[in-house]
Design a binder for this molecule. Sequence first.
Ligand code: NAD
Length: 341
Amino acid sequence: MVRVGVNGYGTIGKRVALAVLKQDDMSLVGVVKKNADYTALQARKLGIKIYAPTEDDMKKFEDSGVKVEGTLRDLLEGVDVIVDATPGGMGEQYRKLYDQFKVKQVFQGGEKPEVAEVSFSSLCNYSEALGKRSVRVVSCNTTGLLRIICVLNANSPVERVKAVIIRRAADPKEVKRGPINSIELDPPKAPSHHAKDVKTVIPWVKITTVAVAVPTTLMHMHHVTLKVSKKLTKSDVIAVLEEAPRVMLVNAEKTGITGTAGIVEASRDLRLRYDVPELVVFEDSVSVEDDEISLFQAIHQESIVVPENIDAIRALIPLELDPAKSIGKTDRALELNKRLW
Ligand code: NAD
């Protein structure tokens, strides 16, 4: 059993911690929490051990009557891998400490690529992370773009990609972020940073991205156009996506689901926290013109990177050399499937 710790128990950290608990080849030693809020009490209810970043933080927990086992340093003594899910940019500050304790490191997409040896996406470059000291699981939008590119590329080499990214304004808990009543160019200047981030994983791809932020918290949506070198029909593309791991096809005509609210509502009825770690491709939106495939895909920003974090842990050790086997194992443990109905 690989011993895992999670530093930062927010949107991503709490999901990765629960995902680790569901694996039979890794154990969760504990999580580092900054504040003694309700999520600390929930973690304790789930039997998860809590550590504080520093001794000063530990006092806050003790004053609130929430039991903590020690500090981050104590946690690092007892783990093989630390998953850093602290706010973007903070992982870089922690890196030296992780090195000092000689633990393997998984960082998140809010960090600069230089934080780790490899930027990671399970379906694209699992093997590059085998036995490495550190990886950075790329952001939610980048993970979504990489999934569609690498799945299609395995069937017909992708020559060029153009994507329009419609970003959610904030996560549901982030009440102070916006926009509330605008469609904001985000960033105003083209291209957006996503294209560069995709290239940190697959440098060979020609890609351009632009992005806007819209007043919603549920999911991101992308319109992606991929020029491929071997001609595929619309039904070829749908068959490829039907077979691919971590991709869910939604047929609007058959299901009545025509957008992110429908996906989330269907998931609310079936899943914990309505998480949808699969990339959701709208089947009816798939169109093929000559050598260009285009489609709409939706990304649940809070959960899409969770299975990638589990695969990253497996690759770093390495627990599993075969990417397909790790992906299959993770997906079975997380009960990812192809349908929400
Ligand atoms: P978050 O703010 O929800 O969680 C971060 C947690 O770290 C919070 O609980 C905070 O209290 C805690 N924290 C703050 N300072 C700390 C410290 N010194 N030591 C330990 N913990 C500390 O953030 P998040 O959305 O989970 O983002 C984490 C990382 O994941 C970022 O790099 C982000 O870019 C990336 N990411 C976020 C999303 C998303 O949509 N939320 C998607 C993909 C990747």
